[in-house]
Design a protein around this ligand. Structure first.
Ligand code: NAI
Ligand code: MG
Length: 491
């Protein structure tokens, strides 16, 4: 299969596929085999400068802004059409580069295409307001683009995450410089290819790959960007926010989570177990919105663990290309980190009901599906993002305690609950501190539903109509239409 994959990928800047200025390259690895599969041009500061200049010139030309928004939307439908046409090719790239199954890779491609149709359809629906000031004035607001949007994408769902921010930027007539993740950049290049084929103006979308510490850092601190979108770790988000503060750049931050599902006594246990397994084992747990904690009534603990362990034992471990359930984590470094967190949890007194670290006998970076019991809420394994197929179980005696446990981390991205009772569902949903609450199905929602964090999970919303509001700032225009003038400030 890997023969079908292109061996060398360039950056896409100002409507051209280009080498990097310094000629560097990055090796791209298949995490299922730990073998190299391709190389990409390594962008550094010099390449970022060229890309930002192209994006600036495109923005200043007003080519996107002057378009009738419905036509900008149609251009985005064309991008979606090309993404869909390339879906099988994208699936292979994402499968080999990221370890996903082919079905998972294809889902990335189709979801990415849908971001372009969804936001393309909204391009002509973002309206200003007319504000009444009496007969002497006309006053209206314009939702204005910021300018050059700098976007930093993580490696777990690179294509979907890139598509959602590029689509929002285009719908609102911003231009983009996007840094793809050095651990899995390949699928993001298809956005560039689709833009190229669709006839998106040169410079409107620039996609380059480089390391975070040089390429990423140069981009977010570039003097000519106007906006930052970041998804990734809390620590890197904090670094980027320092750069943003220096130049007062508005940003959207999605910084992961430690999301909990609360199981109530009346829940359908089998439904909760299946949902929890999907919530933590999908893409080997490398999901910012993963259900990494389950909070169960003490008296139901043994029953729930038994069912969860039985479920985990049905999951196969191996390469996504073979259609396995637990596919690899992205790198040796991530596997070591996850394994280390598992070992430390046992040291701290937790017990692995199943799994507990690296899977033996496989060439790539595989972690066993793992379930920790005997966990106290203040343990690291219950507080910090593992980003692996590792579930932590906590127990409670009364419902208030369950909510306190769910809310008891620095994060607040998602939360969930399992109950058959609507009143309980509403009571809990109202008290859980999170940007998104799932009831009886983890990940319930989609492109249409707003998603983002509270607390240290970040701020701003991706997905849904709300996301567009992160890409515009309101400009008010007040016009005196009769003789006179010389109003009062704030009057
Ligand atoms: P990271 O946050 O460092 O990487 C995400 C992106 O940021 C990559 O494209 C990287 O090149 C870029 N980056 C790194 N340093 C930068 C800088 N100074 N300026 C600009 N861009 C920079 O995440 P990493 O180290 O790959 O993974 C570590 C942990 O982060 C994971 O174990 C997981 O807990 C979390 N993570 C969360 C994600 C989420 O979806 N919220 C996605 C990826 C990682
Ligand atoms: Mg890779």
């Amino acid at each position: 299969m890997s023969e079908e994959l292109k061996k060398y990928w360039k950056n896409y800047i100002n409507g051209q596929w280009v080498e990097s200025v310094n000629g560097g390259r990055i090796d791209i690895e298949n995490p299922a085999t730990a073998l190299p599969i391709a190389e990409v041009a390594r962008a550094e500061k010099e390449d970022v400068d060229i890309a930002v200049k192209a994006a600036r010139e495109c923005f200043n030309s007003r080519v996107l802004y002057n378009m009738r928004p419905t036509n900008r939307g149609m251009l985005m439908f064309e991008i979606a059409r090309h993404m869909t046409e390339m879906a099988d090719e994208i699936a292979i790239a994402e499968c080999l580069d990221n370890g996903k199954t082919l079905a998972g890779g294809k889902n990335e491609a189709l979801a990415a295409a849908r971001y372009f149709t969804y936001y393309g359809g909204l391009a002509d629906k973002l309206e200003g307001r007319m504000i009444p000031l009496g007969a002497d004035y006309i006053d209206y607001t314009i939702p204005s683009p910021f300018g050059v949007s700098a976007q930093i994408v993580p490696w777990n769902f690179p294509l979907q995450i890139a598509a959602r921010s590029v689509a929002c930027a285009l719908a609102t007539a911003n231009t983009v410089v996007l840094k793809s993740p050095e651990l899995s950049p390949l699928s993001t290049y298809f956005i560039a290819e689709a833009c190229n084929r669709a006839g998106v103006p040169a410079g409107a979308v620039n996609i380059l790959c480089g390391f975070g510490h040089d390429c990423g850092a140069s981009l977010v601190s570039h003097p000519d960007i106007d906006h930052i979108v970041f998804t990734g770790s809390l620590k890197t988000g904090q670094n980027i926010l320092h750069a943003a503060a220096e130049r007062v750049i508005p940003s959207v931050m999605e910084l992961g989570g430690k999301s909990a599902g609360v199981l109530f006594e009346d829940a359908d246990i089998d439904q909760a177990v299946n949902s929890t397994a999907a919530g933590i084992f999908t893409h080997a747990g490398q999901v910012c919105s993963a259900q990494s904690r389950l909070i169960v009534p003490r008296k139901m603990h043994d029953q729930v663990i038994e069912k969860l362990v039985a479920k985990a034992s049905t999951l196969s471990i191996g390469p996504g290309i073979d259609g396995k359930d637990i596919t690899p984590v992205i790198s040796g470094g991530q596997a070591d980190k996850i394994d280390g967190m598992c070992k430390a949890a046992v040291q701290a007194g937790a017990e692995a009901a199943t799994g507990g670290g690296k899977a033996e006998g496989l060439d790539g970076h595989f972690i066993e599906p793992t379930i920790f019991t005997k966990v106290k809420s203040d343990m690291t394994i219950a507080q910090e993002e593992v980003f692996g197929p590792v579930l932590t179980i906590l127990t409670y005696d009364d419902q208030e305690e369950a909510i306190a446990l769910a809310n008891g981390t620095d994060y607040g991205l998602c939360a969930g609950l399992y109950t058959r009772d609507l009143a309980t569902a509403h009571w809990a949903a109202d008290r859980l501190i999170a940007g998104q609450v799932f009831v009886n199905e983890w990940f319930a929602g989609g492109i249409e539903t707003p998603f983002g964090g509270t607390k240290r999970s970040g701020f701003g919303r991706e997905k849904g109509q709300e996301a567009l509001l992160n890409y515009v700032q309101t400009k008010n225009v007040g016009i005196r239409i009769t003789d006179g003038g010389g109003g009062r400030p704030g009057g």
